[in-house]
Design a protein around this ligand. Structure first.
Ligand SMILES: [Zn+2]
Length: 129
């Protein structure tokens, strides 16, 4: 798998987790269970995220941050999304557009960095190794 793609996926996972930790409903639920959120842990996640971003090529980092910002208030606030598989075809999880067959095959086989033609998000094929 492309090293940059691995990093993008790691950043996405981290951000999803960090969003939970910043979500008041999630925090309330945790506290109901008698646990607390460690704010120091959140700071260390933020540090890891910024280190990972710096490992990307400058172009990819810029694109990722631009997409993240652009989609931050959309129903799928992510810059990289998995491909959804349905009836033999691949669809973007972000905007539901069909992924052209040749692009889908390439992502599936080589895990190259590709983007949805419609929404521009980076796409990847699960399951991950
Ligand atoms: Zn899309």
């Amino acid at each position: 798998m492309d090293k940059n793609l691995e990093i993008l996926i790691s950043i996405d996972n981290l951000e999803t987790y960090m969003d939970d930790l910043n979500d008041q409903k999630y925090i309330d639920k945790i506290q109901e269970l008698g646990m607390t959120i460690d704010t120091k842990a959140l700071a260390s996640l933020e540090k890891t995220r910024s280190d990972l971003l710096d490992e990307l090529t400058p172009n990819l980092k810029r694109e990722y941050l631009r997409l993240k910002k652009y989609y931050q208030n959309s129903p799928i606030p992510r810059a990289i999304v998995p491909i959804r598989f349905e009836r033999g075809e691949g669809f973007c999880f972000g905007c539901s557009s069909k992924i052209p067959a040749e692009v889908f095959q390439r992502v599936k086989k080589y895990h190259t960095i590709e983007r949805c033609e419609n929404c521009g998000r980076f796409i990847f094929w699960p399951p991950l190794p």
